[in-house]
Design a protein. Structure first.
Length: 195
């Protein structure tokens, strides 16, 4: 491998240094395109008070118990929020067949260790199928079943994964579809907590 000034690493570095404005423009254009796509995908999302929903709860392996909630019982968004008074909460809508959702699994798990996150298994089948998937993937989440995508429709979402952040009063503060980084998830929750 050549490493001198005439080798490809040096030429690549010189190219990047010489054209940083072009690369900055490309990054800015990509960011604008991503924001535009997200705005289009979330254009029907409600604002203000988050719509309530009631669905069958599933507790993943190692999930911390919630008062009055067991596997197979009904859980409402209001009940979930009341278990976390004064805190911003997130709703993570995912599907077991979605490759981007799988990329986010570990980030959601880490965020859920610090913040209240209710996950919604959208169009992923019935309880047995979702429970099997959560066990196989070792997802210690509180999930609710949304086999026909009713929760997604209520929130005006046409794509998964989706990350919805509610402030302590239950108002929708942020809706994002597509891949969200762990930092992005945490930042949205933090922002909803203070602003």
């Amino acid at each position: 491998m050549e490493t001198g000034t005439s080798g490809w690493p040096a030429r690549a570095l010189a190219y990047l240094k010489g054209s940083w404005r072009t690369h900055l423009g490309t990054v800015a254009l990509a960011l604008v395109a991503m924001l535009a796509v997200n705005a289009w995908q979330t254009r029907h999302a409600p604002s203000g008070q988050a719509p309530n929903f009631i669905a069958t709860a599933l507790l993943g392996p190692g999930t911390r118990p919630i008062a009055g909630v067991a596997n197979g019982t009904e859980l409402s968004l209001e009940q979930w929020r009341s278990a976390h008074p004064g805190r911003a909460v997130a709703i993570h809508i995912w599907s077991d067949w979605c490759p981007v959702c799988k990329m986010e699994d570990s980030s959601v798990t880490r965020v859920a260790a610090d913040w209240p996150v209710l996950t919604v298994a959208s169009r992923s089948g019935e309880a047995a199928q979702v429970t099997k998937y959560m066990s196989r993937q070792q997802l210690p989440w509180v999930a609710v079943l949304d086999p026909r995508g009713a929760v997604s429709k209520t929130y005006g979402l046409v794509a998964v994964p989706a990350w919805v952040v509610l402030d302590a009063n239950g108002h929708i503060r942020s809706v994002t579809t597509g891949y969200t980084t762990e930092l992005g998830m945490r930042t949205r929750l933090w922002w909803a907590s203070f602003f």
